[in-house]
Design a protein around this ligand. Structure first.
Ligand SMILES: NC(=O)c1ccc[n+]([C@@H]2O[C@H](COP(=O)([O-])OP(=O)(O)OC[C@H]3O[C@@H](n4cnc5c(N)ncnc54)[C@H](OP(=O)(O)O)[C@@H]3O)[C@@H](O)[C@H]2O)c1
Length: 279
């Protein structure tokens, strides 16, 4: 079974590479060499955010790698405390300056903020696109109700929803909502921040195919036409995680992995930022 190497936007022309590289290490900083390793391994979708503090390293790596700017799909995000219009515009300017690029390919609202009206934030997001600072726009960590408000209030189409998704977290409702609204679903923490690696079902399926648990988890997302943005600090794992295009999981294996969902499966869970539930 082949899976698309990039997922087309339905709302506009364009597509997002299905496998990207995350750049938010849980501990320590991010070295530009790590991102260069990802670009050399074949990743052409790099995910950063103003909040991560990794934009300078990402920009340095893009320049050092020799990969042309236009071949890289670069995402950054505006964090929840900067969602008033003036703060939003400054955050975008700061991101572009830190990355040393003229535009990003995808600009996301990083988290909703119940204290700041989406009627102010969404026009600010659209303005960044209209000014040519972002080619495409979207949101992260929005539940379905907030997503609908965001779409209604945004003068430009949204193309993507980024949210946590991996075998331990059931995202069926949010994924269906994203599909209905023609948004590409981008899975963050696709390896459950490392929690999947001792799972016996994943280990068994990985053994059957002679592959790694990480490859099985990433392929499970990709066979659902979900994009994934795994992080690793280790060049051999960075390359291993990208090597999933020639693996096929059977329908039975897809179901066995889906059955691993747990009520406590969420690993990124800042309190109070999503009002009204997660989906
Ligand atoms: N929008 C949002 O709110 C949001 C929130 C969280 C994350 N994100 C994005 O999503 C990206 C990915 O999420 P994440 O970094 O939190 O978690 P993740 O990608 O699910 O897991 C990363 C962890 O898995 C380990 N790992 C990676 N590949 C491995 C392999 N092949 N074998 C064994 N261990 C492996 C890494 O350790 P080593 O470094 O030791 O390999 C690291 O500890 C972030 O970097 C960020 O860009 C977005």
């Amino acid at each position: 079974m082949t899976v698309p190497t990039s997922l087309a936007f339905s709302m506009e022309s364009g597509a997002i590479p299905a496998l990207g590289f995350g750049t938010s290490p849980m501990t320590g900083g991010l070295s530009a060499d790590t991102v260069v390793a990802a670009l050399k391994a074949g990743y052409r979708h790099i995910d950063t955010g103003r909040k991560y503090g990794t934009e300078p390293a990402v920009g340095e790596a893009m320049r050092a790698s020799g990969v042309p700017r236009e071949d890289i799909f670069l995402t950054t995000k505006v964090s929840h405390e900067n969602l008033h219009a003036g703060d939003f515009a400054k955050s975008v300017d700061d991101s572009l300056a830190a990355l040393k690029v003229d535009y990003v390919d995808l600009l996301l609202v990083h988290w909703p903020n119940p204290e700041i009206a989406l009627s102010e934030t969404m026009p600010a997001l659209a303005k960044a696109k209209m000014q040519g600072l972002a080619r495409h726009i979207g949101v992260a960590n929005f539940n379905i109700a907030l997503l609908d408000q965001a779409i209604d209030l945004c003068p430009e189409p949204l193309v993507a929803l980024q949210a946590e998704y991996h075998p331990y977290l059931d995202q069926a409702k949010l994924l269906a909502a994203a599909r209905q609204r023609k948004l590409v679903f981008i899975a963050y923490c696709p390896l459950g921040r490392g929690r999947l690696f001792d799972d016996p079902v994943l280990a068994d399926i990985a053994k059957t195919h002679g592959r790694s648990v990480a490859q099985v988890a990433l392929r499970w997302l990709m066979q659902q036409n979900v994009a994934a943005i795994p992080f690793s600090s280790k060049p051999e794992r960075i390359a291993d995680n990208f090597n999933v295009f020639d693996l096929t999981l059977s329908d039975d294996e897809m179901k066995r992995i889906a059955a691993l969902k747990r009520p406590d499966g969420r690993v990124a869970n800042p309190k109070g930022r999503v009002s009204g539930g997660w989906d």
